[in-house]
Design a protein around this ligand. Structure first.
Ligand code: UDP
Length: 319
């Protein structure tokens, strides 16, 4: 029997999940990736299929979960995560955040595993405090279209803390702010792949509203490092992981045009309901508890991501 530590990563074929699989394999773990492939893709993990330490299970985490043998850690990352995905899949989004999390916590209790839950800056909703500290309770519309994701994630945090307090389960909660990098889906509707895809194809960049809403983008490798450190810390309450470098969506559109050298125009479209007007993480807690802060600046991160999207669109690596 293997003496290696074993980790289950739900959503393992997704953007973040697949990067986590890579990291834990690199650290010498046995990795089980679970995904029902409704928004994830085998393409993200196919490079791991020859690796003896890696197993893929196609399964919907909202159903009973079985993992053979020992299990030391669970990272629960399964969920539609972009606004157009969760608007298209509202029931699945609620189910995976609520029922899926319940099943995962039950599995962790059974196996004596430590669980890290992927939460989100969406728990702050359209925030009335800025930047967002973990102590802020948020401003969420429970019955809006976006509420299916926000409330699922808020419930997820609540049930995780209840398992921690009532069952003494070892739990960790990461609140993830906008993250980007290779393996994002070009068609997931998020602003970064949308603008990059539009710029590369010579289409107009679609800025929603007047583009004065802000976001703060974190490169995926930085996020993965923060998650790795949080999992191995002894802190059970939520921790923000994100890059505090904030800019407006219009500024971001201009950055993408400059980076790609595209002559595309910027056009304006209606702002979606409940779209947060401002967002920037306060990362004091991550700095203090985990000694973590982002290392990859946006210029570098966007360059790396652009290479990936060029390959997706043109089929070859461009130089
Ligand atoms: N957005 C935009 N054009 C697009 C897609 C998104 O202007 O084609 C805006 C969206 O309204 C939001 C911001 O970009 O204000 C970030 O949107 P995204 O879907 O990436 O993620 P969110 O941070 O809203 O979850």
């Amino acid at each position: 029997m293997s003496t290696k530590l074993k980790v289950l990563i739900t959503g393992g074929a997704g953007f973040l999940g697949s990067h986590l699989c890579d990291r834990f394999l690199k650290e010498g773990y046995d990795v089980v990736a679970m995904d029902n492939l409704i928004t994830g893709s085998v393409k993200n993990i196919q490079h791991l299929f020859g690796n003896d330490s890696f197993t893929f299970v196609k399964h919907d985490v909202t159903n009973y979960n079985h993992v053979e043998g020992r299990l030391d850690y669970i990272l629960h990352f399964a969920s539609p995560a972009s606004p157009i995905d969760y608007l298209k899949l509202p029931i699945q989004t609620l189910k995976v955040g609520a029922l899926g999390t319940h099943k995962i916590l039950g599995l962790a209790k059974d196996k004596g595993a430590r669980v890290l839950i992927a939460s989100t800056s969406e728990v702050y909703g359209d925030p009335l405090e800025h930047p967002q500290q973990e102590s802020y309770w948020g401003n969420v519309n429970p019955i809006g279209y976006r509420g299916v994701y926000d409330e699922a994630k808020r419930f997820q945090e609540a049930i995780t803390m209840a398992y921690h307090r009532y069952h003494g389960l070892e739990t960790r909660i990461v609140r993830i702010f906008n993250t980007y990098g290779p393996r994002m889906r070009l068609d997931d509707g998020r602003v970064l792949p949308a603008f990059m895809g539009q710029a590369l194809r010579g289409e107009s960049l679609t800025v929603f509203g007047e583009g004065d809403q802000t976001r703060s983008f974190c490169y995926v490798d930085d996020l993965v490092e923060g998650i790795y450190r949080l999992l191995h810390s002894d802190y059970a309450e939520p921790v923000n992981i994100g890059n505090p470098s904030e800019l407006t969506i219009l500024q971001f559109a201009k950055e993408v045009l400059e980076l790609t050298g595209s002559k595309s125009e910027i056009i304006y479209k209606e702002l979606p309901e409940d779209d947060p007007k401002i967002r920037r993480p306060d990362i004091s807690k991550a700095k203090e508890l985990l000694g973590w802060e982002p290392q990859v600046d946006r210029k570098e991160g966007l360059k790396r991501t652009l290479e990936y999207f060029k390959e997706e669109i043109y089929g070859v690596q461009q130089v």
